[in-house]
Design a protein. Structure first.
Lengths: 116, 110
C-alpha cells in the first residue's frame, strides 16, 4: 500500500515562529502536493512539486515556501507563522500525469496547526 | 468562485436511506476523483472516473461521470453510520495540478 506520512499530527506554534511541516511518501511518486483545508473553503493548493528541486505555486502560496531535496520528501515552510495560517494541512503524492492516465492521488493523515 | 461545486453542502439522513451527492465543474471534465474524509483525518480514495458515461461501484457506493454535463454524482444505497464523513470530488487542471470541491458533509442517524 502507498503510504504518505506527515511527521506531525498536531502542532501549536507562536506568531512569528518558523514552522516546518514534513511529508514523506514511499511509492517513488514524482508529484507531491501541499494543501490546506478550511471550513467552507475546501482544499486549496499551496504548492506542488513534480520533481526534485522543482516547485510550482498553487492557488494560495503567499506566506509559504517549500523544499524538495529528495524525491520522497516534500516540506512546507511557514517563514513567520501568523494566526490566519491556523488550519489543517494535507500532503499528497501521485505519479506524474493526470487522472486521464489513471493516476490516483494519495493523501497523508493531515497536520493540524494552531498559531497563537 | 470554485471550479468544482458540490451539492448539497451538508446532508443528514436516517440509516437505511439512499442519498446522492453532486459535483459540477465550471470547465470540461476529463476525469474525476471521489474521496471520503473522516473528520479530522486524511482523505481516503474511493474511486476514479476517467471517461464520460463511466460508472463505478464499491460496496454500496456508486459514482457516475457525465462529461457533457460536466458533472459527476455519488450515490449511496442503504446508508450506514460508517458512511458518515466528508465527501470530496477532485479533478485535474492542466499539467499536474489537482483541485477539489468544497466537500459534502454527511451525517447518518442510526
Amino acid at each position: 500500500d502507498v503510504k504518505v506520512t506527515q511527521s506531525s499530527r498536531y502542532l501549536v506554534k507562536r506568531t512569528g515562529e518558523k514552522v516546518f511541516l514534513e511529508c514523506v511518501q514511499d511509492m517513488d511518486h514524482e508529484n507531491m502536493f501541499w494543501y490546506r483545508q478550511d471550513p467552507g473553503l475546501g482544499l486549496r493548493l499551496i504548492y506542488f512539486s513534480y520533481d526534485v528541486k522543482m516547485k510550482e505555486k498553487g492557488d494560495i502560496p503567499e506566506g509559504y515556501s517549500v523544499s524538495r531535496e529528495k524525491k520522497e520528501r516534500f516540506s512546507l515552510i511557514l517563514e513567520s507563522a501568523s494566526t490566519n495560517q491556523t488550519s489543517m494541512y494535507l500532503c499528497a503524492s501521485s505519479r506524474l500525469g493526470q487522472v486521464r492516465s489513471g493516476n490516483t492521488i494519495y493523501f497523508g493523515e493531515g497536520s493540524w496547526l494552531t498559531v497563537v | 468562485s470554485q471550479e468544482l461545486e458540490q451539492s448539497p453542502q451538508s446532508l443528514i439522513v436516517q440509516e437505511g436511506k439512499n442519498l446522492t451527492i453532486n459535483c459540477t465543474s465550471s470547465k470540461t471534465l476529463y476525469g474525476l476523483y471521489w474521496y471520503k474524509q473522516k473528520y479530522g483525518e486524511g482523505l481516503i480514495f474511493l474511486m476514479m472516473l476517467q471517461k464520460g458515461g463511466e460508472e463505478k461501484s464499491h460496496e454500496k457506493i456508486t459514482a457516475k461521470l457525465d462529461e457533457k454535463k460536466q458533472q459527476s454524482s455519488l450515490h449511496i444505497t442503504a446508508s450506514q453510520p460508517s458512511h458518515a464523513g466528508i465527501y470530496l470530488c477532485g479533478a485535474d487542471r492542466t499539467g499536474n495540478q489537482f483541485y477539489f470541491g468544497t466537500g459534502t458533509s454527511l451525517t447518518v442517524i442510526p
